[in-house]
Design a protein around this ligand. Structure first.
Ligand code: NAP
Length: 249
């Protein structure tokens, strides 16, 4: 039997205020981890950490703009003063700023790259040492199928998500000998605020290309994140796992 217990583990989940990150934070807490819920607004990440605590779990909220290296560095120093180590890092925070290349603003390119990709580097740089000292760590970076196949109007997002794959594989090679596993997940289209702008026609059109004929749900992604963060996944690293209902097989 595979044991997915996180008792005694400290886990940081970025973008934990809603969507996939909220689902991951709740599941890690349910399985025994102390979960640090990160998002830009303290109010929104506190809602999740408060609910985790109210249901008997252990959590705290931290307002951090993950696109800002100074904020991430300060947050990690504060965290490592409060906890002996961070064992699990789920780099999940992300945004979209879509436009075709000819109309894409330089600022929108930069913001999407910093929020989706550079942020993963900032957290890794500041938390890897404590994992290497403990010779145990699990890192899951949230990529996207768009990072593998590209998407019309999403050059900035696709570049960031493709960059996450290169970062994941490089980090995995650097820390494999220290008991740290680094993997990426590439979800397809998942029902969250990020895809809420899609109207029914767009969803129907998209579903034609998905063999399972529907968008995914947060619950379709969370169990894989939990498995990759667990002790059981100790021989799996540098991989990209697609969760897309068969869209890109
Ligand atoms: P979502 O519902 O829009 O949630 C995004 C999360 O990221 C929120 O908690 C948001 O919190 C946080 N966030 C955004 N910018 C931030 C910043 N600068 N600093 C800190 N936190 C920030 O998105 P989702 O659909 O759950 O997506 C989660 C991840 O999966 C993203 O990386 C996304 O690219 C990826 N993904 C999603 C899909 C999909 O179809 N939904 C598909 C493939 C990949 P605040 O706004 O409160 O800061």
């Amino acid at each position: 039997m595979v044991e997915l217990t996180f008792t005694g583990r400290v886990a940081v989940v970025t973008g934990a205020s809603r969507g996939i990150g909220e689902g991951v934070a709740r599941a890690l807490a349910r399985d025994g981890a102390h979960v640090v819920c990160v998002s830009r607004s303290k109010e929104s990440c506190s809602r999740v950490s408060d609910e985790i605590i109210a249901s008997g779990g252990s959590a705290e909220a931290m307002a951090v703009d993950v696109s800002n290296s100074t904020e991430v560095e300060k947050a990690c120093s504060a965290l490592l003063e409060r906890h002996p180590a961070v064992d699990v890092l789920v780099n999940n925070a992300g945004i979209i700023k879509d436009a075709i290349l000819l109309r894409m603003a330089y600022e929108d390119w930069d913001e999407v790259i910093r929020t989706n990709l550079s942020s993963c580097f900032f957290w890794l740089k500041n938390l890897l040492r404590s994992m290497t000292q403990r010779r145990w760590g699990r890192i899951v970076n949230m990529s996207s199928v768009v990072g593998k196949i590209g998407n019309f109007g999403q050059a900035n997002y696709a570049a960031a998500k493709a960059g996450i794959i290169g970062l994941t594989k490089s980090a995995a090679k650097e820390v494999a000998s220290r008991g740290i596993c680094v993997n990426a997940i590439a979800p397809g289209f998942i029902n969250t605020d990020m895809t809420a702008k899609l109207d029914q026609k767009a969803i129907d059109d998209l579903s034609k290309f998905i063999p399972m004929k529907r968008l995914g749900s947060v619950e379709d992604v969370v169990p894989l994140v939990i498995f990759l963060c667990s002790e059981a996944a100790k021989y799996i690293t540098g991989q990209v796992f697609t969760v897309d209902g068969g869209m890109t097989m």
